[in-house]
Write a protein that binds this ligand. Structure first.
Ligand SMILES: [Zn+2]
Length: 86
């Protein structure tokens, strides 16, 4: 995980997110969240989703699910939240 800066940091704070997985570039989080294990597990779950689905399909699916189900009930988010426990 890397600390977000510049525009990305502004966007995360503006929209109330702790971090974002930008596969295959990296995982960026709020500087104060760098040591957060739960967040790390959550974002790593997204990283693995993108790895197994392929980047393009991951982003298309993620966007579609977000529109269809909303952020909270996006199946990719539900899966990532479940992975926070392991
Ligand atoms: Zn997530």
């Amino acid at each position: 995980m890397k600390p977000a800066s510049g525009l990305l940091l502004w966007l995360l704070r503006r929209f109330g997110f702790a971090g974002v997985t930008l596969y295959p570039i990296g995982i960026y989080v709020l500087p104060e969240m760098l040591g957060d294990t739960r967040l790390h597990k959550h974002e790593m779950a997204h990283w693995r989703q993108a790895e197994s689905m392929g980047a393009v399909w991951f982003y298309v699916t993620y966007l579609w699910y977000s529109i269809r189900f909303g952020y909270r009930n996006n199946p990719l988010e539900i899966e990532a939240r479940e992975q926070e426990r392991y």
